[in-house]
Ligand binder design. Structure first.
Ligand code: G3I
Length: 495
């Protein structure tokens, strides 16, 4: 499946040329490309930009119909404000309590929302029994907690805050002193490894506050993430809490981008901005910063109404105490709706996935299309790029896996993109294979500025044209995501 003979390539080239003259002109397809929609809710508009827009909610408020009504209407992701923390989920050592977390998780999943898990390990909100522990017994208890909770919620969590707030505010970028830190500096990586084993499908995030600008603390986190990536410690994302005063740091976007450039997603995880004359403008700036960074995959606000906020008196949220939309809400929605022109501009590529549609995936670097080599219908047939001709071997449908990921199905063969032999290696071959809904067949799709990045759920690597080749027949493989143009695909709707 990895080697092509000259004869196979030649045959495919002839077939492609034949199809190209069959009247399926590229211009026709471009005219059919879905326009960016002006969403009428935060979640809908964010989804149009390939992102989520979430809120932290409290299980105890879910019986408030105004509160739940706003949540259901506006958001497509949720974080439990307190219910999945250590004190809530393991109040006594070895006794787990998931009822309140489940209320939130099950409600969200039943409505097709994403769930951010928050938070497996943190120096605060530890149960009393853990606060009183130290050394190896605490380390063991902490890792057991990560394993048990991440296993319990396995398959339901989009992203886990594996470790929360582990850096100090000392102006030096040091680790925060805590009982967990005193078990040894490797406690964070031990937690990430345990979380990966327990729930291989969840993105694993480090989450912190006062890391929103380029400063000593965020640089401390940056150095840790860079070290983790270099040593193969599993980390997929960094959460920026973004509890702001009345202004947004001028280097906010640049800070998000420098983390994204390390090969992790970035997420705005606990956004709230103090009320004042600049509040609406500041929310707009946050949305624009996220949309400008292709690996900024979503925004979560830390509560629904001002009266639900942990920041009493700051009125830092998008809805007032009566549930009315504030100016900050309108600015946020408008910024989301305008977002398609941020950065690279609208290229005519679809900005959301329609599972009924057929798409040609055009590589940003080469301008060539994702193609089943040699018009094959066989298991293991290679996936390559080829000059665009819109033949069935270049048409793909996204089949939802129900967890936010998709299989990518060939119109020609009915088979799906598959990372061969479940490889997790850079350069792992992408072939077609019968649809088994395996994680190596599932791809999360993040669309930014009209270009999609497809990330494999098993390996965490992204679909790319190997070596940024421009040639017909060049291999399509998986590789570490670095936002290269050979890793970006325009989704052109053709059917
Ligand atoms: O539910 C009990 C109530 O029964 C009791 O009478 C009362 C007495 O104080 O406490 C109530 O629990 C409170 C809980 O919120 C629910 O309202 C806790 O005391 C209080 O400490 C807890 O505060 C939470 C805080 O984390 C804990 O540090 C906030 O709701 C929550 O918004 C906040 O969230 C954190 C993130 O997890 C991490 N980043 C910072 C963010 C803001 O501090």
């Amino acid at each position: 499946m990895t080697t092509h003979t000259t004869a196979r390539r030649g045959w495919a080239r002839r077939a492609a040329a034949l199809l190209a003259t069959a009247g399926l002109a590229a211009t026709t397809a471009l005219a059919l490309a879905a326009p960016a929609q002006a969403g009428t809710t935060l979640g809908q508009s964010a989804a149009e930009r390939g992102r989520y827009f979430g809120a932290a909610i409290a299980a105890g408020r879910m019986s408030d119909s105004t509160y739940l009504g706003i949540f259901n209407r506006e958001f497509n992701s949720v974080t439990a404000e307190n219910e999945m923390k250590w004190d809530a989920t393991e109040p006594n050592q070895g006794q787990f309590s998931y009822a309140n977390g489940d209320r939130i998780v099950n409600h969200a999943i039943s409505r097709g929302m994403k769930v951010r898990g928050h938070a497996l390990l943190w120096h605060a909100q530890q149960p009393g029994w853990a606060q009183n522990m130290s050394g190896q017994s605490l380390r063991n208890a902490a890792i057991n907690h990560v394993t048990r909770v991440a296993s319990y919620y396995r398959g339901k969590i989009h992203s886990w805050d594996v470790v929360n707030e582990a850096f100090a505010d000392d102006g030096r970028g040091s680790r925060r002193d805590s009982n967990l830190q005193r078990t040894g500096n490797d406690w964070i990586e031990a937690a990430f490894r345990a979380a990966r084993s327990a729930d291989p499908g969840a993105k694993l995030c480090y989450n912190d506050y006062n890391t929103d600008s380029i400063n000593a603390k965020s640089t401390g986190v940056y150095n840790m993430v860079r070290d983790f990536k270099a040593r193969g410690v599993p980390i997929d994302c960094v959460g920026f809490q973004s509890h702001f005063g009345t202004t947004i740091p001028s280097d906010y976007r640049a800070n998000l981008q420098r983390f994204a450039d390390l090969g992790v997603d970035v997420q705005i995880t606990e956004l709230d901005i103090e009320q004042g004359s600049n509040q609406a403008n500041a929310y707009r700036q946050v949305v624009e910063a996220c949309l400008a960074v292709s690996r900024c995959t979503g925004i979560t606000v830390w509560g629904i109404r001002d009266t639900d906020s942990w920041r009493g008196g700051a009125n830092p949220l998008l809805f007032d105490g009566s549930g009315n939309k504030k100016a900050a809400y309108t600015a946020t929605l408008n910024a989301l709706n305008a977002g398609n022109n941020n950065g690279g501009g609208d290229n005519g590529g679809s900005t959301s996935i329609d599972t009924n549609a057929w798409y040609v995936l055009v590589n940003r670097s080469s301008g060539k299309a994702l193609d089943v080599y040699n018009l094959s219908t066989a298991d293991g047939a290679d996936i390559v790029q080829w000059s665009r001709n819109d033949g069935n071997q270049q048409q793909w449908q996204f089949v939802a896996s129900g967890n936010g990921s998709y299989r990518v199905k060939s119109r020609l063969s009915g088979k799906v993109l598959d990372v061969y032999a479940r490889s997790t290696a850079n350069g792992g071959e992408v072939v077609q294979w019968p649809d088994l809904n395996g994680t190596n067949q599932q791809w999360s799709v993040a669309i930014s500025n009209g270009y999609a990045t497809l990330r494999n759920a098993n390996s965490g690597k992204v679909l790319e044209v190997q070596g940024a080749s421009a040639a017909d027949g060049a291999n399509v493989v998986q590789y570490d995501g670095w936002n290269g143009s050979n890793q970006q695909w325009q989704l052109v709707r053709v059917g």
